[in-house]
Design a protein around this ligand. Structure first.
Ligand code: AMP
Length: 187
């Protein structure tokens, strides 16, 4: 069944390597959304020669989650700059504490959300992460990030699933086909 997402922001969730970035870009083009990619925004900050840059770099190099305060400042800044536009949120919220502040922030800005949970089994996710070879994709860091995903992010996904905010989509297979399946759900 298709869900009417007119005027709503879109959330995209899934294990690392599930294709959030790829599918997010396709979706953003189709629905005219501006993308907020949390990991990308943080990767920019980590390059800065500042205390904040160094703090973010240390956390990311370990494969841990950046503190809620830092992330929320970036999100609020983005919301301020993108009033009146529909947003695609990739990579947020990543932990329960963040979900609470994120939901409150959405409410403050009068925004409502609907989204997608892209599923992929863990061995396939690891293989994809190794294949893309990003700077923070070393074996130990990958394992740490997957642990954090299961421990911190899955509870967030489960809550949004029970609230009817997310629809599950199989992330394995052909990119175009997955994109079509997403489009069938979010009309
Ligand atoms: P990603 O590209 O989404 O896999 O994110 C890369 C890294 O950025 C993660 O391993 C975290 O260190 C950090 N990160 C991304 N999104 C968040 C978030 N919502 N909260 C905290 N840390 C995040």
């Amino acid at each position: 069944m298709a869900i009417n997402t007119a005027g709503k922001d879109i959330l995209i969730f899934g294990i690392q390597g599930a294709g959030k970035g790829t599918q997010g870009e396709i979706l953003a083009k189709k629905f005219d959304l501006v993308i907020f990619e949390t990991g990308g925004a943080l990767r920019k900050i980590r390059e800065e020669d500042s205390e904040l840059g160094r703090t973010v770099k240390d956390i990311m190099d370990r494969g841990d989650l950046v503190t809620n305060e830092i992330v929320m400042n970036i999100v609020e800044d983005f919301l301020e700059k993108n009033k009146g536009k529909r947003i695609l949120f990739d990579g947020i919220p990543r932990m329960m504490e963040q979900k609470i502040t994120f939901d409150a922030l959405l409410q403050k800005y009068g925004r409502t959300v609907q989204g997608i949970f892209l599923t992929l089994d863990e061995p396939e996710a690891i293989a994809r992460m190794i294949a893309r070879g990003r700077k923070d994709d070393t074996e130990e860091v990958i394992r740490r990030r997957l642990d954090n995903y299961k421990k911190e992010t899955l509870p967030v996904i489960n809550e949004y699933m029970s609230a009817g905010v997310l629809t599950e989509i199989n992330g394995k297979g052909d990119i175009e086909e997955i994109a079509q399946n997403i489009e069938k759900v979010l009309s």
